[in-house]
Design a protein around this ligand. Structure first.
Ligand SMILES: C[S@@+](CC[C@H](N)C(=O)[O-])C[C@H]1O[C@@H](n2cnc3c(N)ncnc32)[C@H](O)[C@@H]1O
Length: 269
């Protein structure tokens, strides 16, 4: 039935051309991906030590004071959190991007799912790491498709709300053939939305891989105290129900992170 409908649709005016053009684009993209895989860098054997010693209360105070200053400077219009990767804007702390690089190189995910694309700089950064690694690709979702974003053969953009059933289904279809998946939640930071994203996407992350809840620092942890319940509260509720995930302390060894306790590793692997 489906086959005969497809065959009939193929005969409609313009459809054959459209299908052929789509196939050509896919062939070109796949050829580019193969070419990129040839240009990879060699991965070395260095791994950071697993358990950095915890901060003392006095050290924590210093780090939190710096964090608040770093954030306040951004709110005042200084580009501390708005940074460039190859001229593409991303809303990240450079220390977190370094952590991402280490995790991606170590785990070699087949697919990185990002909710919240914004200017596309973070997806471009992750795709660059995949490119240098010769492995993996990025699927990124944003509700706002009015922004011009950088294209890359390893990035697939999906337009829509990250919790809309059709979007979740598209992301899951992209993940169907991936063994190792990272999920990065960086869209609407209100608690209910982050909880819904965790519900939709956490199960895609397999043993040993990472689920990253971004911006757990807001609502006073220690920045932006007036935000209201957000990623930190959603993540804490999620962890109560999901002991298979736990915070990876290595990911906070630089001390300043916009995702405190938000780098979650799934046990095993
Ligand atoms: C914090 S920005 C993302 C920053 C980006 N990941 C980076 O690091 O550069 C949040 C983005 O989430 C998008 N967003 C807000 N609500 C959303 C939703 N329900 N689904 C998907 N994206 C959403 C916004 O349009 C905005 O572009």
């Amino acid at each position: 039935m489906l086959q005969s409908l497809k065959a009939a649709a193929y005969q409609l005016p313009g459809v054959k051309d459209l299908v052929e053009r789509h196939r050509a684009v896919v062939r070109e993209r796949d050829a580019l991906r193969r070419e990129l895989a040839q240009a990879r860098l060699r991965v070395g054997g260095y791994r950071p030590k697993p358990e950095p010693p915890p901060l003392t209360a006095a050290e924590r105070e210093v780090v939190d004071a710096f964090h608040r200053l770093y954030y306040a400077r951004w709110e005042a219009g200084v580009d501390t959190i708005s940074i460039g990767w190859f001229g593409h804007r991303t809303l990240k702390c450079p220390l977190d991007l370094w952590t991402y690089q280490e995790l991606v190189v170590e785990r070699r995910p087949d697919l990185i799912i990002e909710t919240g694309t914004r200017f596309g700089g973070s997806a471009y950064y992750l795709a660059s790491i995949c490119q240098l690694l010769g492995h993996g690709r990025v699927v990124t979702v944003d509700i706002d498709d009015s922004v011009r974003r950088p294209a890359h053969p390893l990035i697939t953009f999906i337009s829509g709300s990250s919790t809309a059933p059709d979007v979740v289904a598209r992301v899951k279809a992209e993940a169907a053939s991936a063994q190792r998946v990272f999920v990065i939640l960086d869209s609407d930071h209100r608690r209910a939305h982050v909880e819904a994203e965790l519900e939709a996407y956490a199960a895609l992350v397999g043993p040993g891989d990472y689920l990253i809840v971004e911006d757990t620092n807001i609502n006073g942890h220690p920045a932006y105290p007036s935000f209201g319940e957000g990623p930190m509260e959603a993540m804490q509720a999620f962890l109560q129900e999901h002991p298979e995930f736990s915070q990876d302390p290595r990911c906070e060894r630089f001390m300043l992170t916009l995702n405190p306790r938000g780098f979650l590793r799934r046990a095993g692997g």
